[in-house]
Structure formats: structure tokens, C-alpha cells
Design a protein around this ligand. Structure first.
Ligand code: ZN
Ligand code: FE
Length: 241
């Protein structure tokens, strides 16, 4: 069984510390810097087996080489983006399996934010490591992919068990809530959830991981009926102040 703990890095990023309870095997997802991750690993038992990467942006890979050198951990990332990721020990694609101790993750290709973006889903623990594809109450900007690609990526997430934990790459939830409320003003579930988000942030708590069931009810980007509606929503969010 996998547990996932957010490790705050940079100003608003999260790396995710994954631990397999059966074996103690530990992984870090998207370490943008090493020092806070080293501290989190020390607190969790001092072991790092794997470094999982969702995409090539510097705020997700900046700490990889320092961590690899210190722990000898294997680095896993998208074969499609191997040319712009740190050197990969395991290059993966859609449907591949990544093991961590006794647990394993399914690899999903989720283009949209970047062309080679991937996500990892651990069924035992229901943890979805989705990088910058999906955020709580939002989604990643379309920097390289199309709305049609992102729509298909989000459809893969929608099909996961509703209790799945959304372990995303940024603490953007409060700002996302402001846009979501403007975009979907009649959504009572969203209004209640946004209130909860405000309370968490006022108490200086992370808003993630969130539950897929809550995102399905409140996140407007998971509620668009088709790629055209998603394109429209994303461009309105890009202009929203
Ligand atoms: Zn990114
Ligand atoms: Fe990012």
C-alpha cells in the first residue's frame, strides 16, 4: 500500500514522497530542489529508491541530479521526453508499470501541459501523481498540447476510482477556486468546497491531495462536455485576473 505525502518546494510546488508500507521502499515525485526533499526523506527513514518525473519543466526536475548522487535512486520518466529530461534509468510509456517495493504504478500518457507529460497511478493506495496536468479546482496551462489532447488526458483521470487521491504539482487551489466560482457560479458543491479550501489555507494547510470525487463535483475543467468547451474554459482562465 502506497502513502503519499506532499513536500513543499520552491514557492508553490509540491514534490511527493511515496512510501510502500510493505517494504519501506520510498520514492520522490518531481523534486524541483533537493534540500527539502532530503529532510523529508530523513524523517521518513533515510531511504530513496526511485525518482519519478511527470514532465521536463525545471520546477519538477531541478533536484534530480543531487538526489541521484546522494541516494543512487533510479530515475523514471517519459520515453517521449527522454531528450529533455535528466538521464533516465527507466523510460516509460502508456500502460507501462513502475514498481516501488511491493507496490506498482500504471503509467498514463497525459499530454496537454507538455507533449510528453505522464502521470503515475498506484491502485493500492489510490494515489494519482498527475504533475501539472490536473490541479485541485484547475488544470495546467496548454503550453505545448491541444485542448483535444488535454480533454483525452482528463478523461483518463475521470475513469479512475472516485476515492483516488489527486497528488498534483502546485498549491494553486485558492486562486483556482476564484476562477471556478466565476465560471460555474451555480455549483453548490463547488461553493462548499471553496469554503473548505479557504479554511485550509487560512490555517496554512495544504489543500492536496484532494479526492477525485470532490474534483468531479467541483472542478470545472473535469466537468466540460467536450474538447471545445475545455478550450474555451482554459482560454478564459488564461485571461482571468
Ligand atoms: Zn509544468
Ligand atoms: Fe510546474
Amino acid at each position: 500500500m502506497i502513502s503519499a505525502q506532499p513536500v513543499p518546494v520552491l514557492s508553490d510546488n509540491y514534490a511527493w514522497l511515496l512510501r510502500d508500507s510493505a517494504t519501506g521502499a520510498t520514492a520522490i515525485v518531481d523534486p524541483s530542489e533537493a534540500d527539502p526533499v532530503v529532510a523529508a526523506i530523513a524523517a521518513a527513514g533515510g531511504r530513496l529508491d526511485a525518482i519519478l518525473l511527470t514532465h521536463h519543466h525545471h520546477d519538477h526536475i531541478g533536484g534530480v541530479e543531487a538526489l541521484r548522487a546522494r541516494f543512487g535512486a533510479r530515475v523514471v520518466g517519459a520515453a517521449a521526453d527522454a531528450h529533455r529530461l535528466p538521464r533516465l534509468d527507466q523510460a516509460v510509456a502508456e500502460g507501462d508499470t513502475v514498481t516501488l517495493g511491493a507496490a506498482s504504478a500504471q503509467v498514463m500518457e497525459t499530454p496537454g501541459h507538455t507533449r510528453g507529460h505522464i502521470a503515475f497511478f498506484f491502485p493500492n493506495g489510490a494515489a494519482l501523481l498527475c504533475g501539472d496536468t490536473l490541479f485541485s479546482l484547475g488544470c495546467g496551462r496548454l503550453l505545448e498540447g491541444t485542448a483535444a489532447e488535454l480533454f483525452k488526458s482528463l478523461e483518463k483521470f475521470r475513469a479512475l476510482p472516485p476515492e483516488s487521491l489527486i497528488c498534483c504539482g502546485h498549491e494553486y487551489t485558492e486562486a483556482n477556486a476564484r476562477f471556478a466560482l466565476a465560471a460555474d457560479p451555480g455549483n453548490a458543491a463547488l461553493q462548499a468546497y471553496a469554503e473548505q479550501v479557504r479554511a485550509w489555507r487560512a490555517a496554512n494547510k495544504p489543500t492536496v491531495p484532494s479526492r477525485l470525487s470532490d474534483e468531479l463535483a467541483a472542478n470545472p475543467f473535469l466537468r466540460t462536455p467536450d474538447a471545445a468547451a475545455l478550450a474555451d474554459l482554459r482560454s478564459r482562465k488564461d485571461q482571468f485576473r
